[in-house]
Design a protein around this ligand. Structure first.
Ligand code: PRX
Length: 699
């Protein structure tokens, strides 16, 4: 509820004029257009609103169905959408088996280990099929998993990750992969939420030149899951190295199993793919929300796979002959959709890189691209900024040629876009800036690479079949070209949209549909715009510019962190009484969290407490959430009703104007905190970016 007695005067999103320079267009290179999958401008007509939802048949027809569907979109239980109802298919069959006749000897996956002296491992479609069958047999017979069970994977970027995912899909077992860099505790919470009784992990992996002991996380995860009411019966451990072990953590008898031994029994075994209803869940992907608990986004089999196949073909321009490298991690939705399911559904060669982009130096990605003849490259603005900083001239030293490049995960600054285009792409590659979210399954906005001109910093128009609208707080449309921002929503459902939040359908409706639902009893999709939680504006040419999250979610290097999640972790430190997390602009990672805490009476502020807070964040969430600073303050700025004003702290951390604070319960503390952060002299106050200006405001 807005605190009307004390709230600092608020300006609605749509009243804020956003001033940004119109950038010039870049045309897609003729060579790219000459070979592109989507060159027919009639696509706009084929996917027009009056052809909805039947237009999506074009994507579903890219798959092989065991049984064709009878209803394209069933809205009878809106907003729980059902796509391709009556249809049956198997996702693993579509990504592997069906390619064997034409492509069995072609590389499906190429694994590039981080140590450069270890050679890339090439896995053909035939070999992938055999390995997936063996793992499926093991999951069914040894782990006792059956259709509809959930299984948690806590795996880094190794080939066993997509192989295990596909083996689950073969059986109709719902996989829930937790990003390998997440801590054991974060994994345990997700195990419990999904109700998994099997955890699949690995002993270790390489990152930044170090062999990381990953098995240690499994023990913590199992303990954490048990504390949250879920017993884990089996921990299955893949092995990263040949004969040696990559972990010093002991195996626990009767619970932990070395898959190198277990798999011997399943060599050469085959398992028939289970024909699944289109609406059966394929996987869960946890993401951060405004409140503490991560949300398990449930994605479907038929709708999801159709959508990622369609967008991989038209937007990523993937052909079976391409060598495609998405440098994201499979532990995030980008990796699920655009390393594994999309590219493999199209019989492409998809590269998996274990390491970090700038190790051992900023030339590494370009050496990989040259050696393996990569022609499609997909990464995030954070990686691009990092590579530019560490080696601005490196790309020019290597003889690779990209036809297509993607940026995803956060807004890209036009200047960074131009470096990507000119230096990384050598002016030969088309760029797509794809905007979407974990919940969405696949792209929402992007240029159609051979058809639309590119505009640095803009995600472009909506992709085929997606109809966005920008609404203000009252639900009125903010028109294109008005120079005003608002809340971007999607008018219509689409096949890739998630089905629900695992175990919490009310939260699904409340978070994504309640705000703008026109009639809560309606069974008409037109009454249920999907609320994205992003601020955006639309230029006169129809291109969308995404301004960032409008909820209290911090986008760190393209990864979503819930502030509440971080704050609850801080409160587990004994000395801490209150914690507030705010985003700070960072040159490389976009945004990073900064933490304000108060300590218990009688406790002396100290470096040791700050370090404890950093450690607890690393162990409860992971290194990715490591704060830039932990600041111990005498008190938090608060409203008279006692609410911490994170907005004021965010302004201080970013040298922005704190606005009028006279109505707060303790206005004097604001200046004290400002001085302790910025020093005595008044620093020049900046206006700051939209997401930070709006951070922490009641809405
Ligand atoms: O704020 C938007 C930003 O990332 C959020 C979604 O994060 P996540 O669910 O982790 O998915 C990331 C990969 C799909 C969005 O709400 N975002 C994503 N892509 C872009 C973006 N912001 C601007 N431009 C983009 N291309």
């Amino acid at each position: 509820m807005p605190d009307t007695t004390t709230a600092v005067e608020e300006v609605s999103e749509a009243q804020i004029a956003v001033h940004w320079k119109e950038e010039e267009y870049y045309r897609p290179p003729a060579k790219f257009v000459g070979q592109a999958n989507l060159t027919d401008p009639s696509v706009t007509e084929r996917f027009s609103l009056d052809k909805f939802p039947e237009c999506f048949k074009e994507y579903a027809d890219m798959l092989t169905w065991d049984q064709y569907w009878h209803t394209t979109l069933d809205t009878s239980n809106a907003p729980f959408w059902k796509w391709f109802v009556g249809g049956k298919l198997n996702a693993c069959f579509n990504c592997v088996d069906r390619h064997l006749t034409r492509y069995q000897n072609k590389a499906a996956l190429i694994f590039v280990p981080e140590p450069e002296e270890e050679r890339p491992e090439i896995i053909t479609y035939r070999e992938l099929w055999q390995r997936v069958n063996e793992v499926a047999a093991m999951l069914r017979e040894f782990a006792g998993l059956k259709t509809g069970d959930r299984v948690t994977l806590h795996l880094p970027m190794v080939p066993e990750l997509p192989i295990t995912m596909l083996a689950c899909a073969r059986l109709g077992v719902i996989h829930s992969e937790v990003f390998g860099g997440f801590s054991g505790e974060a994994c345990g919470v997700r195990i419990a939420d999904s109700g998994s009784r099997v955890l699949i992990t690995i002993d270790g992996y390489y990152r930044n030149g170090k062999l990381i002991d990953h098995k240690a996380n499994a023990d913590i995860a199992v303990r954490m899951a048990e504390q949250n009411g879920q017993k884990v019966d089996k921990v299955l451990v893949w092995r990263r190295l040949g004969k040696q072990s990559a972990t010093a953590t002991p195996m626990i008898g009767g619970r932990d199993y070395d898959l190198r031994d277990v798999m011997k029994e399943f060599a050469g075994q085959k398992v028939a793919p289970v024909s699944m209803p289109a609406e059966a869940p394929l996987f869960l992907m946890y993401t951060s929300g405004t409140t503490g608990k991560p949300k398990g986004c449930q994605h479907s089999t038929g709708g999801y796979l159709s959508y990622v196949a369609g967008t991989s073909k038209y937007i990523q321009d993937i052909h079976p002959e391409d060598v495609y490298w998405c440098m994201a991690d499979i532990g995030w939705i980008t990796g699920h959709s655009y390393i594994v399911y999309g590219p493999l559904a199209l019989a492409a060669t998809s590269l998996i890189f274990e390491g970090v982009p700038v190790y051992p130096d900023a030339g590494r990605p370009w050496r990989i691209a040259e050696r393996l003849n990569v022609n499609i490259f997909h990464t995030s603005p954070t990686a691009i900024r990092m590579l530019r900083k560490a080696g601005p001239d490196e790309p020019g030293k290597y003889k690779y040629h990209f036809k297509h490049m993607t940026t995803v995960g956060e807004p890209i600054e036009p200047d960074v876009w131009r470096w990507y285009y000119t230096v990384v792409g050598k002016g030969e590659a088309v760029i797509v800036d794809t905007w979407w979210q974990t919940e969405n399954g696949g792209f929402l906005c992007s240029t159609k690479p051979a058809l639309d001109p590119m505009k640095p910093g803009s995600a472009g128009p909506a992709v085929p079949g997606i109809f966005p609208v920008i609404l203000d707080e009252n639900g009125d449309e903010v028109p294109a070209g008005s120079g005003r921002a608002g809340n971007i929503c999607i008018r219509n459902p689409w096949p890739g949209i998630f089905q629900t939040i695992w175990g919490d359908p009310d939260r699904y409706v409340n978070t994504y549909y309640r705000k703008y639902a026109k009639n809560k009893d309606s069974k008409d999709w037109r009454d249920w715009p999907y609320f994205c939680n992003d601020g955006a504006m639309q230029a006169a040419d129809g291109y969308y510019r995404i301004l960032g999250r409008i909820d209290d979610v911090i986008n760190v290097a393209g990864h979503r962190l819930g502030t509440k999640e971080l704050e609850s972790a801080c409160l587990t430190v004994e000395e801490v009484t209150e914690a507030a997390v705010v985003p700070v602009v960072d040159q490389v990672r976009g945004r990073v969290p900064e933490i304000y805490i108060t300590v218990k009476p009688g406790v002396q502020p100290s470096k040791a407490i700050e370090e404890k807070v950093v450690r607890v964040i690393e162990t409860s969430i992971g290194k990715i959430a490591r704060p830039k600073e932990v600041r111990i303050v005498p008190d938090m700025p608060k409203t008279r009703s006692g609410k911490i004003m994170r907005r004021v702290l965010a302004a201080i951390s970013n040298s922005m104007d704190v606005g009028d604070v006279t109505t707060l319960a303790n206005p004097e503390v604001v200046e004290q905190i400002r001085v302790s952060v910025q020093g005595k002299a008044k620093v020049e106050q900046k206006t700051g970016p939209e997401d930070i200006r709006k951070f922490g405001q009641e809405r």
